[in-house]
Design a protein around this ligand. Structure first.
Ligand SMILES: C=CC1=C(C)c2cc3[nH]c(cc4nc(cc5[nH]c(cc1n2)c(C)c5CCC(=O)O)C(CCC(=O)O)=C4C)c(C)c3C=C
Ligand SMILES: [Fe+2]
Length: 416
């Protein structure tokens, strides 16, 4: 099963307000979805975009926040904010209330309320928009809530290979936006940034992308900028330990984190000029999987478990001792596992001509000390892939469970 199967989404007709901008006068005589189809026929365009990609809606309310189990979207924005001088718990609560109301509206495919909509996404459906909110460690001292600070939010250890830019790391409040339309994604980012107003100031912001749905003949695990199929052996919903690995249990502490998760965010630049010089065989040896289809070098298909014990005729392991899948496997890390849900990024070219590109690595887990940290400790000692990557920014956020109807994200923390 690929990550595309994780969570059923809700394709549905877009609102009449959205439709007005899309179909013009020709489409107004028919219903919403039919109008899109009719208009597309008039313009001789394939009638697929608005009915499937554009119309797909992800619920804002739920047990978990959207954007964790949601299939990876084509466009992403990550933004971290710090509370402005003088802003405290009350102002933070008001901001989270505003942000949640806006996130719900935009995820529904509605305009931002209060006449504040910028019109950037006027013609589009919700396009699988998700907005996910989290809290960084410094938020708790800023708001006098240190008694609610989760132990899981302890600072990540320093890793020897880290070359972190402090200005693009950490942050008190975190927003993850994903959508299958670039304008819908930017619309949400701009709306939330404007609503931060005088309460919170942007600390850092990063833009990412993945493959667009429909670009391949069938749903596939996404590829990263090294060309690898990335995400194959993610824990999958329905597996025995999935919830325990990814989400804080209902009875977990602190109580406001019930059904929540911890997100480790790392900006990892890829040394693509070095990588692209390697032969296919060398590249596959680095990971331990085939580049073409993601199957382990020990055989089978993408879904086959790598056989870490298998040896070649000369006695050497088929999956090398320093291959990325061996070093990161839960089997070699005391069961440590995380749900990886990254975006690729490309921020132009550096002075030496190399792409400033890589992975906005986002790992979701119930406890980073049983997920990211032990695995990164091992990678830091040097797996084959680390020679081609540089960790340039890092952050850890507590992401509370999903809001109930009428609730805003973080209400149980801020008003508990
Ligand atoms: C600390 C955790 C990890 C970091 C950092 C990381 C960086 C990183 N990974 C890839 C590409 C691939 N990773 C793959 C598997 C994989 N990676 C991690 C953890 C980290 N990766 C885990 C836990 C696993 C799964 C291991 C397993 O159970 O077999 C793969 C193989 C396919 C897959 O399962 O996803 C690829 C490809 C890059 C490019 C990268 C940094 C830029
Ligand atoms: Fe990896």
């Amino acid at each position: 099963m690929t990550q595309h199967d994780h969570e059923p989404l809700e394709p549905r007709a877009v609102s009449r307000r959205r439709l007005l901008g899309t179909v013009g006068a020709a489409g107004l005589a028919v219903g919403a979805t039919g109008g899109a189809v009719a208009s597309a026929a008039v313009r001789d365009e394939p009638p697929t975009a608005l009915t499937s990609l554009g119309a797909t809606r992800v619920p804002f309310h739920g047990t978990h926040q959207a954007g964790i189990l949601t299939p990876q979207q084509a466009h992403g924005h990550l933004a971290a904010f710090d509370l402005a001088p003088g802003a405290g718990r009350k102002q933070a609560a008001a901001l989270l209330r505003r942000w949640s109301a806006t996130a719900r509206e935009l995820m529904e495919g509605e305009a931002q309320g209060g006449g504040r909509d910028t019109g950037i996404a006027l013609d589009a459906g919700p396009s699988s928009l998700t907005v996910t909110f989290g809290f960084g460690r410094a938020f708790f001292s800023r708001t006098g809530l240190t008694d609610q600070l989760p132990t899981e939010l302890a600072p990540l250890p320093e890793f020897s290979a880290d070359a972190l830019d402090k200005d693009r790391s950490d942050g008190e409040l975190w927003v993850q936006i994903g959508a299958n339309d670039a304008l819908v994604a930017f619309h949400a980012l701009r709306a939330l940034q404007r609503e931060a107003g005088e309460t919170a100031k942007l600390r850092w912001q990063m833009n990412g992308f993945n493959r667009s749905p429909g670009a391949t003949s069938h749903p596939m695990t996404v590829r990263n900028l090294m060309g690898q199929v990335d995400g194959s052996n993610n824990p999958k919903p329905g597996e025995k330990d999935f919830d325990a690995r990814v989400f804080v249990p209902a009875s977990g502490t602190p109580a406001w984190m019930a059904h929540g998760s911890y997100a480790v965010v790392r900006r990892i630049r890829m040394l693509l000029d070095d990588w692209d010089k390697k032969s296919l065989a060398e590249q596959e040896r680095v990971i331990g999987r085939r580049k073409s289809d993601g199957a382990p070098l020990t055989g089978g298909s993408e879904d086959t478990e790598p056989d870490l014990d298998k040896r070649s005729a000369d006695g050497s392991p088929v999956i090398a001792a320093d291959a990325h899948v061996r070093v990161t496997s839960p089997d070699t890390n005391g069961g440590a596992a995380m749900l990886r849900r990254p975006f690729s990024y490309h921020d132009g070219f550096r002075d030496d001509g190399a792409p400033d590109a890589g992975l906005l690595f986002i790992a979701w887990q119930a406890d980073p000390l049983r997920g990211f940290v032990p695995v990164q400790r091992k990678l830091d000692r040097g797996d084959a892939l680390s020679r081609f990557t540089r960790h340039e920014a890092s952050a850890l956020f507590a992401v509370p469970g999903g809001p109930g109807k009428g609730e805003y994200v973080g209400q149980r923390l801020l008003e508990g």
